[in-house]
Design a protein around this ligand. Structure first.
Ligand code: BMA
Length: 327
C-alpha cells in the first residue's frame, strides 16, 4: 500500500506563480510527469486556468516534497507540423532513455485524443516529434530501455466511455518500434476486471526495472457506483525479457480516494498516479529492492499528492493473495 505524505497535497493551485495574463489565480494543478536527474526531482505539472485552458509548468525539488515552480509555462515547439486543431496537451509521462528526456503527452484534437512524443533539454521548450498513436488513445508510457532492440510503449485506446464521464478504455496495449516514430501494436497486455476495483484501466508512470520484472503502477476505475467513477492505483509486474507477459497483478488497489482533497474537487474520487521516482538504482540499472519510491498523483483533478513506498512492498502488492489474471 502507498503511504501519503504528511505534507499532502504537496502542490496546490495557490503555489502556481501568477503570470499575466493567462496564469492568474489558476483553477487546478494535477497529474504530473516526474523524473529524477542527478539529485533533483523534476515535475511537469498540468495547470488549468479559469478558462479551462491547459498549460504545462516545470518544477523542481531536492527532497521530493518542497517544490519550486518556474515563473513561466513550458513552450511547445514544432507543433505547426500537426494539421489538426489542438485543444489541450496534458498528462505528461516522462522517460529517460539513452540520456534523452522523452515525454508522451495526451493531445486533445478535433479528431480525438492522440499520443504525442516530445523531447526536452531543460524543460523550457518541449519539442514535438509527431503523433505515435493513430486512434483515440491516452496514457502512453515509454519503457526506459530498448528490449530485444525495440522501443516498447504501453498505451490505452479510448474505446469505452464512462457514464457521465470522459472517454476511457479497458485494455492496455503493448506496442513496439524500431525508430520511436512508427509503432506496431503487438498485444493486449491486460484488461479491466469487471465488477471489481479496476474495471477500466490505464497506465500510470512508465515501468521501472527491478530484478523481479518491470514494475508498473496503473490506474483502475470502478464504474459500478451510481454517483461517481472511483479512480484508484494498482500495480503489476511484467516479465523482464518479454514485457507482454504479466507475471502478477495486485488484487487490491494500493491507493484509493480517502482524504478530503481526493474526495472533493474538480473531479471527485480521483487518485491518478502519473510520476514515479525510485531513489536507489544499482549499477546495472535495476531498482534496489529496499529503495524508497515516491509516487506523484493527481488528486481529484485539482492538486498534486505524494505517496511513498518501497520497491519490495510494491512487488509484494503484486502478489497479494496470489491472485493473478492477465486477461
Ligand atoms: C481520465 C483523464 C485524466 C483525469 C482522469 C480523472 O480519463 O482525463 O486526465 O485525471 O480521467 O478525471
Amino acid at each position: 500500500m502507498l503511504l501519503r505524505s504528511q505534507n499532502n497535497p504537496v502542490i496546490t493551485r495557490e503555489m502556481i506563480p501568477a503570470i499575466s495574463p493567462h496564469l492568474v489565480d489558476v483553477s487546478s494543478v494535477f497529474n504530473p510527469g516526474a523524473v529524477k536527474i542527478d539529485d533533483t526531482i523534476h515535475l511537469l505539472l498540468r495547470v488549468q486556468n479559469r478558462g479551462r485552458e491547459t498549460f504545462t509548468m516545470h518544477s523542481t525539488s531536492k527532497d521530493g516534497i518542497n517544490f519550486t515552480i518556474e515563473h513561466k509555462s513550458a513552450l511547445f515547439s514544432n507543433l505547426d507540423q500537426c494539421s489538426d486543431t489542438i485543444y489541450h496537451i496534458y498528462d505528461p509521462r516522462i522517460t529517460m532513455l539513452d540520456s534523452t528526456i522523452y515525454i508522451i503527452f495526451a493531445i486533445d484534437t478535433d479528431k480525438g485524443c492522440r499520443l504525442g512524443l516530445f523531447t526536452a533539454d531543460d524543460f523550457s521548450v518541449l519539442d514535438f516529434h509527431g503523433f505515435i498513436s493513430d486512434n483515440d488513445s491516452r496514457n502512453g508510457v515509454l519503457f526506459p530501455e530498448k528490449i530485444r532492440d525495440q522501443y516498447v510503449l504501453l498505451e490505452r485506446p479510448n474505446n469505452a466511455s464512462l457514464e457521465n464521464g470522459p472517454t476511457s478504455g479497458d485494455s492496455i496495449i503493448l506496442s513496439s518500434s524500431l525508430d520511436l516514430v512508427h509503432w506496431i501494436q503487438q498485444k493486449v497486455l491486460c484488461s479491466g476486471r469487471p465488477h471489481y476495483w479496476d474495471e477500466r484501466i490505464g497506465s500510470g508512470p512508465p515501468p521501472v526495472k527491478t530484478r523481479d520484472g518491470w514494475l508498473h503502477i496503473y490506474h483502475g476505475i470502478a464504474t459500478h457506483f451510481a454517483s461517481s467513477n472511483i479512480y484508484q492505483a494498482g500495480v503489476m509486474l511484467l516479465d523482464l525479457d518479454d514485457p507482454s507477459i504479466v507475471k502478477a497483478r495486485s488484487r487490491y488497489n494500493i491507493l484509493e480516494p480517502r482524504e478530503l482533497y481526493e474526495l472533493t474537487g474538480q473531479v471527485p474520487n480521483v487518485v491518478f498516479p502519473s510520476g514515479m521516482i525510485v531513489m536507489d538504482v544499482d549499477s546495472d540499472g535495476f531498482a534496489s529492492p529496499d529503495s524508497d519510491v515516491y509516487v506523484y498523483y493527481g488528486a481529484a483533478d485539482t492538486t498534486v499528492g505524494l505517496a511513498t513506498t518501497t520497491i519490495n512492498e510494491l512487488v509484494q502488492d503484486c502478489y497479494a493473495d496470489r491472485y493473478y489474471d492477465h486477461q
